[in-house]
Design a protein around this ligand. Structure first.
Ligand code: HEC
Length: 101
């Protein structure tokens, strides 16, 4: 009987290893959206600002509203596409969540 419980223990250990592996793999693919705080404009930021790079490119920065305005202008010049209203919301979102005094 001892042999059976060893096998069972091994099986359970392997099983939980597989589950945590799947969780970490799945988690890595969704980390982009989870990095951003909720709020108006989040969806637009994800849509407009992540095709070329991850959110980490800007979520670690702390800029004033004027500086974000300039950055977003700069990204628009690089090819970021959105309407004026959307760019406006993006700047507001960034200034609110990644702003500095
Ligand atoms: C068309 C592609 C593209 C899109 C869309 C885009 N970016 Fe970028 N972004 C880049 C490239 C290329 C770089 C690296 C250029 C560099 O470091 O000089 C970059 C770098 C950055 C940087 C770091 C460099 C710096 O100047 O501080 C920030 C911040 C940034 N992007 C913010 C944004 C934001 C906010 C948006 C959404 C409005 C956005 N990006 C959308 C291409 C893009």
């Amino acid at each position: 009987m001892a042999r059976v419980s060893v096998f069972r223990g091994l099986f359970v250990a392997l099983g939980s290893l597989a589950v945590s592996f799947m969780l970490s793999t799945f988690g890595a693919t969704t980390v982009h959206g989870q990095d951003l705080p909720d709020g108006p404009g989040k969806d637009i930021v994800l849509k407009v600002c992540t095709p070329c790079h991850g959110v980490s490119e800007f979520s670690a920065k702390r800029l004033t509203r004027a500086e974000w305005d300039e950055k977003v202008d700069n990204m628009a010049a690089r090819g970021a596409r959105a309407s004026d209203e959307e760019f406006d919301l993006i700047v507001k979102y960034l200034a609110k969540n990644f702003g500095k005094e």
